[in-house]
Design a protein around this ligand. Structure first.
Ligand code: KIV
Ligand code: NA
Length: 276
């Protein structure tokens, strides 16, 4: 079944939880799509897990387009969301619409995601008016790491919690189709989920959200530079990969690989002529 903006809204109404994973390349996107994941997020987290930066701040529109194109080629049924990278939408509403348009038109994404509340509502409104669905992102917004003073839980104090409520209502009113809630207390995320008509997709926000998202390298245990409390590991793929690489090295050295079945034959008479 093809996932669309309408089926995601329907899932919220039916209490049918939404699954989302990050994806950055064709073959991984294809596996996730075949597994039946509802939404693939080409997150700007690719700056960290794919490109090795220590934050998402250096990620460019070109980086996002490159990875979005690969993911959309692999996604048949999944709804593909692409992140607007740092400084591609903050400066002006015009920038925001132009760059959102590129992720859709050139990248093939179905929606874009941007970080922030009231301060980006003009952008959300303008992008939505261009017929591009927008996903908002509140709580721990990694593009604001320097302003937040690090990666930590948000919305625990009275004022911060109230600001989250106000921002969530504001992005919904501005036209957002869904909102990602990152690293906020579970009771607050549950309250917001009941308050909003649009789906909430949580990461470190508890089971009360309408859906969940994880970075796939985190949930497969392929990346351990940063290991947040909210990650659950569904496989030890990093260890499996390392063990496979080591076995490969050993078999090359021992002359076990390649074996006869991995090689191509040639007619003996032809080979004798070549040698003569
Ligand atoms: O870039 C990303 O992976 C994200 C998710 C953590 C929501 O924005
Ligand atoms: Na992101």
């Amino acid at each position: 079944m093809k996932n669309t903006i309408l089926t995601l809204a329907q899932q919220k109404r039916n209490g049918d939880k939404i699954s989302m994973l990050t994806a950055y390349d064709y073959s991984t996107a294809k596996l996730m799509d075949e597994a039946g994941v509802n939404c693939l997020l080409v997150g700007d987290s690719l700056g960290m897990v794919m490109l090795g930066y220590d934050s998402t701040l250096p990620v460019t529109m070109d980086d996002m387009l490159h990875h979005t194109k690969a993911v959309t080629r692999g996604a048949k049924n999944a709804f593909v969301v692409a992140d607007l990278p740092f400084m591609s939408y903050q400066v002006s509403v015009e920038d925001a619409v132009v760059n959102a348009g590129r992720l859709i038109k050139e990248g093939g994404a179905h929606a874009v995601k941007l970080e922030g509340g009231k301060e980006v509502c003009a952008q959300i409104q303008a992008i939505t008016r261009a017929s591009i669905p927008v996903i908002a992102h509140l709580g721990l917004t990694p593009q604001s790491v320097n302003a937040l003073g690090g990666y930590k839980v948000q919305g625990r104090e009275r004022e911060a919690a109230q600001k989250l409520v106000d921002d969530a209502l504001a992005v919904e009113k501005a036209g957002a189709s869904a909102v990602v809630l990152e690293c906020i207390p579970a009771p607050l995320a549950e309250w917001l989920t009941g308050l909003l008509n649009i789906p909430t997709i949580g990461i470190g926000a508890g089971a009360g959200c309408d859906g969940q998202v994880l970075v796939y390298q985190d949930m497969l245990a392929m990346y351990n530079d940063i290991t947040p409390k909210f990650v659950k590991q569904y496989g030890s793929i990093g260890d499996m990969m390392k063990a496979s690489f080591q076995a490969y090295i050993q078999e090359i050295q021992a002359g076990i690989f390649p074996a006869k079945e991995h090689t191509y034959k040639i007619d003996k008479a032809i080979m004798d002529e070549v040698k003569s």
